[in-house]
Design a protein around this ligand. Structure first.
Ligand SMILES: Cc1cc2nc3c(=O)[nH]c(=O)nc-3n(C[C@H](O)[C@H](O)[C@H](O)COP(=O)(O)O)c2cc1C
Length: 189
C-alpha cells in the first residue's frame, strides 16, 4: 500500500513518530510530508535539517514540504491512507474547520476527496481543553481514525493527551479495513 506519513510540530514526539514510521515503511511504501513548522523549526529536540535527513533515510525519498507538492495526492489517487503523526492542536483545529493552508492540512483535504482513511496520532497539551471539541468533531467525521491516546501526565499537565505511537501500525491496518482500533482511550500513566 502507499501510505502518506505527515509530521506536525510536536517535536517531543518525533523520536517515537520515527520509530512508528520505520515500522510502517517496513511493510508499506511511505511518502513523508512535513508541515511548514515541522520542516522549519529547530528546537531542543533536534534541528529541522536533522529531522528531514532522518526521514529521508527512513523512507528513501525526499519529504513533501509544500502545498503544491501535496496537491496531486487526491487527483492522482497517490495514497491508500494518510497518517498524521504527531498531529498538533493547531493542525487538529484546522482539520476540524476544513482549513487547508499547510502541506499537512492540504494533503488531508486532497486525499479525503477519494474517501480514503486519515489516521491521526494526537499530541497536544490542550487535548482536554481547547482542542477537545476539534478531536470530537473529527471523531464524528467520515474517514477519520485515531491512534489510541490518553493522558500522559494527569498531575502536571491535566489537559494533555498523547497517542500511543506503538499502536500506530495496528491503527493504520485497521483503518485500511474501515475499522477503528479499540479502545480509543487508553491509560498512559
Ligand atoms: C519545542 C516545541 C514543542 C512543541 N510541542 C507541541 C506539541 O507537543 N503539541 C502541539 O500541539 N504543539 C506543539 N508545539 C507548538 C506547534 O509547533 C505550533 O502550534 C505550530 O504552529 C504547529 O504547526 P503545525 O500544526 O502546522 O505543525 C511545539 C512547539 C515547539 C517549539
Amino acid at each position: 500500500m502507499n501510505i502518506g506519513f505527515a509530521l506536525c510540530g510536536s517535536f517531543c514526539t518525533f523520536s517515537k513518530a520515527f520509530e512508528a514510521m520505520k515500522a510502517v515503511a517496513s511493510i508499506h511504501t511511505v511518502t513523508p510530508i512535513f508541515s511548514f513548522n515541522a520542516a522549519g523549526i529547530d528546537s531542543r529536540f533536534g534541528t529541522a535539517q536533522e529531522h528531514l535527513q532522518q526521514v529521508r533515510e527512513l523512507c528513501g525519498c525526499e519529504p513533501l514540504c509544500t502545498i503544491e507538492q501535496v496537491e496531486p495526492i487526491g487527483p492522482k489517487q497517490l495514497l491508500d491512507a494518510l497518517v498524521i503523526a504527531p498531529c498538533t492542536g493547531n493542525t487538529l483545529a484546522k482539520l476540524a474547520h476544513s482549513i487547508a493552508d499547510t502541506p499537512v492540512t492540504m494533503a488531508a483535504k486532497s486525499h479525503l476527496r477519494n474517501g480514503r482513511p486519515v489516521v491521526i496520532a494526537v499530541s497536544t497539551n490542550d487535548a482536554l481543553a481547547g482542542a477537545a471539541e476539534n478531536i470530537g468533531r473529527l471523531m464524528g467525521r467520515k474517514h477519520y481514525y485515531f491512534v489510541p491516546f490518553g493522558q500522559d501526565d494527569p498531575k502536571e499537565k491535566p489537559n494533555s493527551m498523547v497517542a500511543d505511537f506503538s499502536l500506530l501500525l495496528p491503527s493504520l491496518e485497521a483503518a485500511l479495513e474501515g475499522r477503528q482500533l479499540q479502545p480509543i482511550l487508553i491509560s498512559r500513566s
